[in-house]
Every structure is written in structure tokens, then in C-alpha cells.
Design a protein around this ligand. Structure first.
Ligand code: FCB
Length: 455
């Protein structure tokens, strides 16, 4: 049976600025929290930093040519705030804008639609020094930056995503501290989550004012496909808690203009939420045109206790996490495409009329180039195939799914794991910066050419 996707389905690949660009100190760029964090001993494996990364800043043409060979219709990348508006204040820097203008032009020339994310975790360090995401002012700064970027690039870039995975920015950054800026303060993490929602809404307004009416505004969330270990009330309550602080903490303010009442109750021992001001929830629910979903693996929970510091405020003494059964990727994440289907169907039911994009999905494996210079990655092909099949099933069941972006185009700096985890469909030899399309790249090109899976 073939699983063909509708005409106009967007076939993409995704990257993020700090993970691929390098050129960390060039053309006026100032440090972001990831520059600082990666230089802090013990935070990133092997002491890796994004100083050079995949050197994409200097290899844009080659990289866009690779995308064209793959037949991508869309390319999702992020802008480095510290490159566009160093230090997070004041006017935009021409050279920073020129880089993204050049990238957009190369893409358009190649017939590929640019899909730009304004924030993929790299807050200018000066804004963190002023308090970072737990402070309201950071949301206001972000809206200003969004306006600057949109003014300069809105003629070329027509799909704009405000934030990538605010859950990670708030809870890994300020809760468990495994991501930059590495703080471990539950109250600060909850404040950060609200201010990220506010930043999203303010930026959506700034973008709307600056870009053509036909432009598409979006937000990308890493929604958790949650499974309770059993049907017991305790296990079900654990799932509810994680759904509140993992999913509804973003979905409710953004799509319904409210805070989940159970979340406020679960976290009452941590904060009274008085930082949410009158009118904020109207701003957070500024209408947008689509929702991006990043999905890798399901989250299996039951009643119990988990490690501290935890990225789940209000949950560690009530919830334990279990690995899902079955095969795992090199990240230790389980391979379970049903979770993607479950998420998409849930969003179909809860957010009728909101078009969806899968803005990230993919897998890390221990890839290497063989003596012939080839990279065989059958597990990645199987992973993506299973998830595309799940996406197709969701489409057949009435989900308004508009596109799929594979994470990632290139092997890159995988945050706290450094260069040790390879997610690319194109292998990067970081010593020579040589790019080698893996078998999965060729396979994906064929999927795109065919418009889906032939099975
Ligand atoms: C997501 C991030 C992305 C990448 C993948 C593996 O959470 O958005 O940058 O690290 O995970």
C-alpha cells in the first residue's frame, strides 16, 4: 500500500542557529547563554561548544545546494538573536541581518521556502544577566527583536515561528539546569514559562504589524505524548500532572487565553502566579496561523518519586518516569511512532481549525563513514518511515497536517551532548567540515520525489 501525502504537503528539514552556524564572534555577534554555558566546565560533554559547529555561517551556499538536491520544499532554521541584535537591545546589526537575508535569497533561488524561528534557546547573555526569562522585561525585549527581524526580512521570509520548545527553555534551562543558563529554581522556571508565553504573544503582534497579511505565524511546542503506567487513579493523576506542566501550560494560554487551574493548584507550594498580570492571557492568545509540533518519543509516567533537580515543578514527589518498552535511539529515547499519532489526533480534537506542522522528528544513531566514504543508517530510515506512516494515518483520520520537517539536515551541536549525538541525514566530519549525505538523505529525497511512502 502506498501512503501518499496531499499535493502541497511541505517536506522539510530543520536546524537551529547555535547548533550549526559557528562564527560565534564574527560580524558583531555577542555571546548567548549557550556560549557561556558550553564554556562552563562540566555542562556539555567533552567541553564542546558551538564556536565552529557545522560552520554553516561560511557554507550557506553548499548547504542550500544540498537541500536542493534533496528536493526539500521548506527549510526550518533559527535566527541567532545575538547576531541580529547583539546584547538584546538597540538597533539591529546590518551584517547579522545580511546573513539571514542571504540565506533566504539562496533558498528562494533554489525554490525552497524559508521557515524562520526567532528563538531556539540562545538568549543574549546580557539579557540573562539582567534576569533572563523569569523577568517580564525579557518578553518585551523579545518583541522588539521580533519587530526588527520582521521589518528587515519580512519581504522574503513568510513563515515565522516565534519560539522553539519553550518547555525546554523554561524547565531544562531554569528547572533541572541541564540546559543554559543552568539554573535550578522551580519558581524561576514557572515564571520563565509564563514570560515565554507572553514573549510569544507580544512577538506575534509585532510580527503581524510588520509582515504581509499573507505571512504565516506559528509556534513550535515539544508536546508530550503521555502514557500512564496503569489505569490506577494514582498513575492517572501522575499523567495529568505532567500533562499540565508539560503541555497545557503552553496550549491553554496560547489557544484558550487561560492558565490550567490544576497546574496552579499543583504548583501552589512554589508560586502564587502573581507575576501573571491582567491582560497577559489575552496577549498570549494572540491568534496564530499554525502550530508546530516536535515529537521524538512518548513519556511514560506513574505514581512515585523522581530525581531532583527536576524539570517538572510540582511533580517530582508524585511522579516517576519509566522508559517505554522497545528499541531505543542513541539518545536512549524509545522508538514509538504511535505517540506521534496520538498527539496529532489529540490536537485535531482540542484545537479544531489550527493547521499543524511536524516541525521536528528524527533520531540520533552512532553513524560513521565507512572506508568507501558512505554512511549507512538503516535505523534512521526505519525511524522516519514509521513516523511518516503515523503522520499519514493521522491525515487519513482528519488531522489537518500541512508538513513534516526532519530533524536534522546536518549533524550538529546537540546541546548538553555536544557533537557526540548525530541527528543529521547529512553526515558532517567536524574536523574537515566535509558533508556526506547518509543513506537516509537519499531515501528521504526519494520520499519527497514520490510524495510519500511506497510500501
Ligand atoms: C529538540 C530541539 C533540537 C534538537 C532535538 C534533538 O528538543 O529543539 O534543537 O536538539 O531536540
Amino acid at each position: 500500500m502506498n501512503a501518499l501525502f496531499p499535493d502541497g504537503f511541505r517536506w522539510g528539514a530543520a536546524t537551529a542557529a547555535y547548533q550549526i552556524e559557528g562564527a560565534a564572534t564574527e560580524d558583531g555577534r555577542t555571546p548567548s547563554i549557550w556560549d557561556t554555558f558550553s564554556r562552563t566546565p562540566g555542562k556539555v560533554r567533552n567541553g564542546d561548544t558551538g564556536d565552529i559547529a557545522a560552520d554553516h555561517y561560511h557554507r550557506v551556499r553548499e548547504d542550500v545546494a544540498l537541500m536542493k538536491d534533496l528536493g526539500l520544499t521548506d527549510y526550518r532554521f533559527s535566527l541567532s538573536w545575538s547576531r541580529v541584535q547583539p546584547t538584546g537591545r538597540g538597533p539591529a546589526v546590518q551584517k547579522g541581518l545580511d546573513f539571514y537575508r542571504g540565506l533566504a535569497d539562496e533558498l528562494l533561488e533554489a525554490g525552497i521556502r524559508p521557515v524562520a524561528t526567532l528563538y531556539h534557546w540562545d538568549l543574549p547573555q546580557e539579557l540573562e544577566d539582567a534576569g533572563g526569562w523569569p523577568e517580564r522585561a525579557t518578553a518585551e525585549r523579545f518583541a522588539e527583536y521580533a519587530g526588527l527581524a520582521a521589518e528587515a526580512l519580512g519581504d522574503r521570509i513568510t513563515t515565522w515561528t516565534t519560539l522553539n520548545e519553550p518547555w525546554c527553555a523554561a524547565f531544562l534551562g531554569y528547572g533541572s539546569g541541564v540546559h543554559a543558563p543552568g539554573r535550578t529554581d522551580d519558581a524561576a522556571a514557572l515564571r520563565a514559562a509564563h514570560h515565554l508565553n507572553l514573549a510569544h504573544g507580544l512577538a506575534a503582534q509585532a510580527l503581524r504589524a510588520a509582515v504581509p497579511a499573507s505571512a504565516e505565524l506559528s509556534l513550535t511546542l515539544n508536546l508530550h505524548a503521555i502514557r500512564a503506567l496503569s489505569d490506577s487513579p494514582e498513575d492517572r493523576d501522575a499523567a495529568r500532572r505532567i500533562d499540565a506542566v508539560g503541555n497545557r501550560i503552553f496550549l491553554d494560554p496560547v489557544f484558550h487565553g487561560r492558565l490550567p487551574a490544576d497546574l496552579v493548584e499543583d504548583t501552589a507550594g512554589i508560586t502564587d502566579w502573581s507575576f501573571v498580570r491582567d491582560g497577559d492571557l489575552e496577549v498570549t492568545s494572540t491568534p496564530i496561523d499554525s502550530l508546530g509540533v516536535n515529537y521524538y518519543a512518548p513519556t511514560v509516567v506513574g505514581a512515585g518519586v523522581s530525581d531532583s533537580p527536576s524539570p517538572w515543578p510540582g511533580a517530582p514527589d508524585r511522579v516517576r518516569f519509566e522508559p517505554a518498552p522497545g528499541p531505543r535511539t542513541a539518545m536512549g529515547w524509545s522508538v514509538d511512532a504511535d505517540g506521534l499519532y496520538e498527539l496529532l489526533v489529540r490536537l485535531r480534537d482540542e484545537l479544531p481549525g489550527v493547521p499543524l506542522l511536524i516541525t521536528e522528528n528524527g533520531a540520533a544513531y552512532d553513524d560513521y563513514a565507512d572506508p568507501e566514504g558512505e554512511v549507512h543508517d538503516p535505523e534512521r530510515v526505519a525511524y522516519v518511515e514509521a513516523h511518516l506512516a503515523a503522520a499519514h494515518r493521522a491525515l487519513s483520520d482528519g488531522v489537518d497536517l500541512r508538513g513534516y520537517f526532519l530533524w536534522s539536515l546536518l549533524d550538529n551541536f546537540e546541546w548538553a551532548y555536544g557533537y557526540g549525538k548525530r541527528f543529521g541525514i547529512v553526515h558532517v566530519d567536524f574536523a574537515s567540515q566535509r558533508r556526506t549525505p547518509k543513506d537516509s538523505a537519499r531515501w528521504y529525497a526519494e520520499v519527497i520525489r514520490r510524495g510519500g511512502l511506497a510500501r
